[in-house]
Each structure stands twice: as structure tokens, then as C-alpha cells.
Design a protein around this ligand. Structure first.
Ligand code: NDP
Length: 304
């Protein structure tokens, strides 16, 4: 039986570790660490993500603010908001919720966030710190993957790790973090030749692709540890039949849609030695790591 790597459990541990750090910070600084989230436009999924982030911030005792603007905001308008947040002493972390409306220059906006407040870890300065192995703010989702591996005592050093996906948000930083943990890392993408064979060489396989249950038995070395970062929604019965067992299919019929990762859930459970389920694997960790990054940013700013 494959071991299920429970992200909810690890999330709760990280949140529990955050609380005493917040208390210690308040004792030193006379205020709670502060997180500002900027939400532009009316993307309903983004609004849900932001609500979840602020709810968790509340739970761990952070000061939080959500700055909401409608889609007519200009790039200059957003830059002015960011400049104000950069200058504020009581704000330690700034998060620009993506995607931004198409007319806004996202790169310019992300570059304008002060690197020491860049709790998403997307600023090139922090990317540089990561790639040169210096301390800094790390992207939350890949950091969550490292946390789950470590807390389940899955060895990383010396093992063959394959990351499928090379985005700036997940794939690339994931590969850098695994390298820092001394794995032998291969990065695959849409132009990789013979992807199944590349993946079968992995003792640790991380899928961050955005393709519904694309990774099947053919891609998984028996006994590999499989980390499924993907979050996709199955909406058609045909796709549901390919992806789900009878129990899940009944659930699908009731709900009309279901979340699934980039790895076929049945194949993963059959072939892997350990895996992160979707939902309940990597997903819950991202927000917990955002909280930890905010506290870390705050501690650095006051010299704790
Ligand atoms: P992107 O779309 O930015 O990147 C996808 C990557 O997958 C690209 O590098 C792309 O290659 C590669 N890819 C696409 N199709 C194939 C294919 N057929 N074969 C091999 N490689 C392929 O996605 P993200 O990195 O932002 O996200 C990846 C997944 O992770 C998504 O499902 C997303 O929803 C999920 N996610 C989950 C989070 C969480 O908290 N759990 C947080 C962030 C993302 P190329 O570069 O060549 O185009």
C-alpha cells in the first residue's frame, strides 16, 4: 500500500509553528507581522484564494489588509499602491494576486515589490538568492513540497528527482530547491523527448504541468515518490471515466465537476511508494508557507 502524504496535516503543523513566532515578534516589535494582499479585477477564483489567505492570516495572528481595485486600474495606479506598501513600516509582506487584468504589466508590478517584502518569492532578486543558495524568501508551493518530503522523512539527497514543468512559479524553483537538497535533478517540459522514459528514471517525481491526469503508469517507476502539484477540474463524464474509480465517479455525477491533479490518481496509488493526493496534498501547503514567509520577512526587518 502506498503511503499518502497528507498536506493538511503538514499545513496544520506549520500553522502551529507560526503562532509562537508571531507572539515572539509582537513582544519584540509591539505589533503583529503585516501582510497586504492586492486584488485587482473581478476574477472569482482569485477572490476565493485571497479570502482563504486572509482567513489563514487571521488564524495565525497576522495583521492583514486586502486592497481591492476594479479592472480599470492602470499599471501606474498599481505601481503607486505597491510603492505605498513598500514604504509602510507595518507591512512586512506584499502579495499581488495573479493573474492581473491583461492590460496591466504584471512583470513591472512584480518587479516593483520591495524584495524584502516579496513573500511570494517571485522577484528576480529572490530568485537569484535561491539559485545561489543564499537565504531569502522562497516561492510557497515548491517550498511546501520540500516541507512535506522532509516531514515524512523521505530522503532527497543523492536521489534522482524529475520535475515536469518549468514555470517561474513552480517548476524552476522546485528544481532549484531539490538541487539545494542535493538531489540529482532533471527538468522536463513540453519539448522533452520521450517524457515517459525520463519520468521513469525518477525516484522522486514532481508533476507541475496543468494537464489533467496526464502522468499514468507508463511514467512512474514502481516505488517512486510522486508529488502531484497539478490542480485541474474535470468537467466531462468522458474525462471522469478515464480518471476516477467507481466511488469517485459517483461523486462526480453528484457534483458535476471534481478536482484532479496532473497524475492519474489510481495509477499513482498503485505504482508509487508514497504520493500526495489531490485534493489534500500540496494544495493546502501553499498558504501555510505564505504565512511563514510573511513572519520570516517581518523577523528579518526587525532583526530577529
Ligand atoms: P504553467 O502553465 O505555467 O507551466 C506548465 C509547465 O508544464 C510548462 O513548463 C510546460 O512546458 C509544461 N507542460 C505543459 N504541457 C506539457 C506536456 N504535455 N508535456 C510536458 N510538459 C508540459 O503552470 P504552473 O507551473 O503555474 O502550474 C502547474 C500546475 O500546478 C497547474 O495545474 C496549476 O494549477 C498547479 N498549481 C498548484 C498550486 C498549488 O498550490 N497546489 C500552485 C500553483 C500551481 P513549456 O514550458 O514547454 O510550455
Amino acid at each position: 500500500m502506498a503511503q499518502i502524504l497528507n498536506g493538511n496535516l503538514v499545513r496544520d503543523q506549520i500553522k502551529a509553528e507560526c503562532r509562537p513566532r508571531v507572539t515572539r515578534f509582537i513582544a519584540k516589535a509591539g505589533r503583529a507581522p503585516g501582510l497586504a494582499v492586492v486584488l485587482v479585477g473581478d476574477n472569482s477564483a482569485s477572490a476565493v484564494y485571497v479570502r482563504n489567505k486572509t482567513k489563514t492570516a487571521e488564524e495565525v495572528g497576522l495583521h492583514h489588509e486586502t486592497i481591492t481595485r476594479d479592472a480599470s486600474l492602470t499599471t501606474e495606479g498599481l505601481l503607486a499602491i505597491i510603492a505605498e506598501l513598500n514604504a509602510r513600516g507595518d507591512i512586512d509582506g506584499i502579495l499581488i494576486q495573479l493573474p492581473l487584468p491583461a492590460h496591466i504589466d504584471s512583470q513591472k508590478a512584480l518587479l516593483s515589490v520591495a524584495p524584502e517584502k516579496d513573500v511570494d518569492g517571485f522577484h528576480p532578486y529572490n530568485v537569484g538568492l535561491l539559485s545561489t543558495g543564499r537565504p531569502g524568501l522562497r516561492p510557497c508551493t515548491p517550498s511546501g513540497v520540500i516541507e512535506i518530503l522532509k516531514r515524512y522523512e523521505i530522503p532527497i539527497a543523492g536521489r534522482n528527482a524529475v520535475v515536469v514543468g518549468r514555470s517561474d512559479i513552480v517548476g524552476k524553483p522546485m528544481a532549484m530547491l531539490l538541487l539545494q537538497e542535493n538531489a540529482t535533478v532533471t527538468i522536463c517540459h513540453s519539448r522533452t523527448r520521450d517524457l515517459p522514459a525520463m519520468c521513469r528514471a525518477a525516484e522522486i517525481l514532481v508533476a507541475a504541468i496543468g494537464r489533467t491526469a496526464m502522468i499514468t503508469t507508463d511514467y512512474i517507476q514502481p516505488g517512486a515518490v510522486v508529488i502531484d502539484v497539478g490542480m485541474n477540474t474535470v468537467r466531462t463524464r468522458e474525462e471522469a471515466e478515464r480518471v476516477f474509480d467507481a466511488a469517485k465517479l459517483a461523486d462526480f455525477d453528484k457534483r458535476g465537476s471534481l478536482l484532479v491533479g496532473d497524475v492519474h490518481p489510481g495509477d499513482m496509488a498503485r505504482v508509487a511508494s508514497a504520493y500526495t493526493p489531490v485534493p489534500g496534498g500540496v494544495g493546502p501547503l501553499t498558504i501555510a508557507l505564505l504565512m511563514r514567509n510573511t513572519i520570516e520577512a517581518a523577523e528579518r526587518r526587525v532583526g530577529l
